[in-house]
Design a protein around this ligand. Structure first.
Ligand SMILES: [Zn+2]
Length: 173
């Protein structure tokens, strides 16, 4: 796994007990309203880190949402709203996923779906979600260099609206 991969993957488990304050939770709730998500599907500071749980159908959120902000490479760094959209519109509303959880294929699919489906995102949120989707697709292909992976990411006009041809070309190698 190279530096790039580490920097968009698997940060949350390290910060399981990191608690949000009351005011931070209020802030996050206002972002949840902006993406028109169901507040009852979110649990704060429940000791599970961050992420959608397939078994309970609940998205856990703790202070690690802010770690994402400082630890991820800037070009892949989602806003809090982008992270919430990824979990809700990308994972929860797409459940069950056709892909294995915690694989680049699944993360690609969640980022792409969130960019397409979530209300209330900024253009920058969508740009970063599509960029991440392309990066995860590239990582998925690298894991199967001999072409055993059936995974293919389709770049369409909507993706082209947010990412330059150069960037798409670079991430499609
Ligand atoms: Zn995810």
């Amino acid at each position: 796994m190279d530096g790039n991969q580490r920097n968009i993957f698997g940060l949350y488990q390290k910060h399981k007990d990191s608690k949000l304050t009351f005011n931070e939770i209020q802030d996050i709730k206002s972002q949840i309203m902006l993406i028109e998500a169901d507040m009852n599907r979110f649990a704060f500071n429940d000791g599970r880190g961050i992420g959608f749980d397939d078994d309970t159908g609940i998205i856990s959120i703790n202070k690690a949402v802010f770690k994402e902000q400082s630890e991820v490479l800037p070009e892949y760094r989602l806003s809090i709203r982008g992270i919430l959209a990824h979990e809700y519109w990308g994972h929860l509303m797409n459940h069950p996923s056709p892909h294995e959880p915690n694989t680049p294929e699944d993360e690609c699919w969640a980022d792409d779906s969130a960019a397409r489906r979530s209300p209330g995102l900024t253009a920058e949120d969508k740009t970063i979600l599509f960029r991440r989707a392309l990066k995860y697709a590239q990582i998925a292909r690298e894991q199967f260099p001999l072409g055993e992976s059936a995974f293919e990411y389709k770049v369409d006009d909507l993706v082209r609206r947010y990412l330059s041809d150069d960037e798409i070309c670079k991430l499609s190698e």
